[in-house]
Structures are given as structure tokens and as C-alpha cells.
Design a protein around this ligand. Structure first.
Ligand SMILES: Cc1ncc(COP(=O)(O)O)c(C=O)c1O
Length: 389
């Protein structure tokens, strides 16, 4: 945790975590796929009507599973937004794919669906939209472009649990979707994730890949009399102790989401007029998107302003943080041909974006202090003379 008095993030308990952890330990099933894992699977399958939910050790690993399930191989191209976390892309690069970076929309900062058709080639094997900040990508357009071209869509829904697009839950559009329960997310277990499978053709092989390439899941269901090595795989299932922690959070998800909605709404109401006067942007949430209330960010006019703003809050004991750097301009991205000017929106917003403290137990008085500190900032007034990128 930061030494500052108001940290950017703090893992918060929902209530029954310790109780369920003790129960999981006492039950004597500490490995994966115990009773709490099954409860978590049922939660996702019932709440979102996904065909199969599988807990994983992280969202990164759920993404890796999706790349294995699609048989991604060298020479294949996969389309991603450049404005995302490295795991979105790494999972596919590990299988030898070539990343094709798309720019994002200037309003929601989500993959710009209007440029998607120009990025599709005969080698395109997957499209991986990311619902940034838990606000849905334009899924009607993305799904229609992907379906016309016969390309599977994997939703990286690390931020978007409980959000929806035109009334349909994020994570239920693509053939698969991935979730994160890392301690910075809305519901957490420290490190954890899930693969949500909507297309049933992937279910059986997903169970195998997650269990070291064995048909252990079939064995436990009594469908085979012994289990053996049948495919490639790895160990992607978390301990039932982590599932116990997660289940306590899932059980309280409505309370958690209510708290986060209040925090987001308070930031928006407390900062909108100041932001407008200063030429600062608050998040755009289209009317057809019910967001996840995952984060609250501001877009400052320039990198110099953002640097000064982060320092301004830091001087007042408040931690604020920027987010993704454009992946196409990273050392790895450039090895894949990434060049300056390729994704102009990503390149500019990545310098401008700052995230404010946002966690379930952020108190009204702490949030009041953040709002007051932000409002005392004047664009241009504190900008350092020289900025190094
Ligand atoms: C969009 C996105 N995808 C994937 C991940 C990876 O999640 P995890 O830490 O659970 O592997 C993150 C991490 O924050 C993320 O922001």
C-alpha cells in the first residue's frame, strides 16, 4: 500500500472471506476445483447465462487458454487495441501470432470499430476487444464485422464484470471472454481470473487445457474410468482457497457495485464543471452502455498538465496513476513493426489519462478530499518548464 494517506487502490473485504477461507481449509480440499470453485462457476453460469465458466489463476491465463483453444499458430494475425494491458497481446504472441494494433475511439477509448475492416486480412484469426474502464465496446458493429469475416471474438472483460451493452452482459458476446479478480478489480481474490465460454464447441477442450492436458474433469464426472494425457495444457486452475475468497466477494457483488456506483457518480458530479472549465475530460459512457463502475479517469489537455496534476495530488497526500502506454510503440510493439503515428488517438490519450483513487471502501470524506484537491488544480499554472517523456 502507498505511504500516501489516500492510496489509488486498497483491497477491500466484503464480509465472509475469512470465514470461507477457514471453511475451505478445514474441508481439506486446498487444490483446485473444490466446492468453492464450483460455487463460483455456478454463479457466473447462472448470472450471465454463459455456457461454461472456469476459474483460472489470472485473466492473463484465461487469455492464454483462449489462444490455445483457437489453435493460434505462427503466421496468424490477431487484432487488438494498442491501448490495453500487455497480457491481452502476450497471450497470443506466446503462440506465435503477429499482433495487429488498432487505434481506439476518442470517446470511450475502446477499439475503434470503424477501422476494423481495414485491418482484417486472410490471416486474421481473432479479434480481441477490451471493454476499457468497464464501458462496452461497440459490440453490434464488432460482432457483425467479425461474423461476416468468420473471425472469432474474444472479449477481454478484465474491467467489465457486471456491465452491459444494449442490455446484454459484457462477456457474453464473443465465443469466449476473460475476467480478472486481481486486487485492483471490482471483485477480487488477490490474483485470479475466469474464462467464460459462450460457444459450447470449446468447453471440453478448455477443461482439458486447464488441467494439464488431461481429461481429469471427465474422470471426476464419471465419464471415463481413468484420466490421462489427451492434449496440450497447463495448470490454469486456482486453489479452492482463492475461490473461497472470491465467492465471498461474488456473494456481495450487488453491495460492491452499489458502493462503486456511488463513488463514480460522486466523482462525476463533483468534478464535471471544474473539468469543463479547465478543458479536462471526464469519462464518456454512451447511453446504451451500463458500465461496471471500475474506474474514474480524467483526460488532461497535455502530458505536462497530467504530470503536474499527479504531483499536485501527491503534494496533498493523494495517489493518482496513469495507465497503459501504447503497445505498438513499446520495445516489443516496435519489433512487430509498430511506428509513431500508427494509432494517433492511443498515442495522445495515453499521455493525458490519469486515474483517481477508486476502491470499495473509499469513504465520502476521503473522496471529498480528492475532489477538493483536484478542483484546486489549474491547467497550465503548474506545468513544469521541461518534461521528459
Ligand atoms: C485489460 C486487461 N486485460 C488483462 C489483464 C490481466 O489481468 P490479470 O492480472 O488478472 O492477469 C489486465 C490487468 O489489469 C487488464 O487491464
Amino acid at each position: 500500500m502507498s505511504s500516501q494517506s489516500i492510496p489509488f487502490n486498497k483491497p477491500c473485504l466484503a464480509g465472509r472471506e475469512l470465514l470461507y477461507l477457514a471453511e475451505a481449509i478445514m474441508r481439506g480440499h486446498a487444490a483446485g476445483d473444490g466446492a468453492f470453485t464450483r460455487k463460483c462457476h455456478t454463479f457466473f453460469e447462472e448470472r450471465f447465462a454463459v455456457r461454461r465458466a472456469l476459474l483460472t489463476t489470472s485473466c492473463t491465463h484465461a487469455l492464454e487458454m483462449s489462444a490455445l483453444l483457437l489453435n493460434i499458430a505462427p503466421g496468424d494475425e490477431v487484432i487488438f487495441p494498442s491501448f490495453t494491458f500487455v497480457s491481452t497481446v502476450n497471450a497470443f504472441i506466446l503462440r506465435g501470432a503477429t499482433p495487429v494494433f488498432a487505434d481506439v475511439r476518442p470517446d470511450t477509448l475502446n477499439l475503434d470499430e470503424s477501422i476494423l475492416p481495414s485491418l482484417i486480412t486472410p490471416r486474421t484469426r481473432a479479434i480481441v476487444p477490451v471493454h476499457y474502464a468497464g464501458v462496452g465496446c461497440e459490440m453490434d458493429a464488432i460482432m457483425s464485422i467479425a461474423e461476416t469475416a468468420g473471425i472469432p471474438v474474444i472479449e477481454d472483460n478484465a474491467h467489465g464484470l457486471f456491465a452491459s451493452y444494449k442490455g446484454k452482459a459484457l462477456g457474453t458476446f464473443g465465443c469466449m471472454a476473460t475476467q480478472s479478480f486481481h486486487e485492483t478489480k471490482n471483485v477480487i481474490c488477490g490474483e485470479g481470473g475466469a474464462l467464460l465460454i459462450n460457444d459450447p464447441q470449446y468447453i471440453e477442450r478448455a477443461e482439458i487445457i486447464r488441467e494439464k492436458g488431461t481429461n481429469r474433469a471427465r474422470f471426476f464426472r464419471g465419464q471415463v474410468d481413468k484420466y490421462s494425457w489427451v492434449d496440450v495444457g497447463s495448470s490454469y486452475l486456482p486453489s479452492d482457497l482463492l475461490a473461497a475468497y472470491l465467492f465471498a466477494q461474488l456473494e456481495s457483488c450487488d453491495t460492491i457495485q452499489e458502493k462503486r456506483k456511488s463513488i463514480w457518480t460522486r466523482y462525476n458530479a463533483g468534478l464535471a464543471d471544474w473539468a469543463q472549465n479547465e478543458g479536462i475530460r471526464v469519462p464518456t459512457v454512451p447511453g446504451h452502455c451500463d458500465q461496471a463502475y471500475h474506474m474514474f479517469y480524467l483526460l488532461l489537455p497535455s502530458l505536462a498538465d497530467r504530470t503536474a496534476f499527479i504531483q499536485h495530488l501527491k503534494d496533498r497526500g493523494i495517489q493518482s496513476v496513469f495507465h497503459y502506454l501504447p503497445l505498438h510503440l513499446s520495445e516489443m510493439g516496435r519489433k512487430f513493426g509498430g511506428r509513431d503515428g500508427q494509432c494517433p488517438v492511443t498515442e495522445s490519450i495515453s499521455d493525458q489519462l490519469v486515474r483517481l483513487p477508486f476502491f470499495n471502501d473509499l469513504t465520502e470524506s476521503e473522496q471529498g478530499a480528492v475532489i477538493e484537491a483536484a478542483r484546486s488544480f489549474r491547467v497550465g499554472a503548474n506545468a513544469p518548464l521541461a518534461i521528459s517523456a
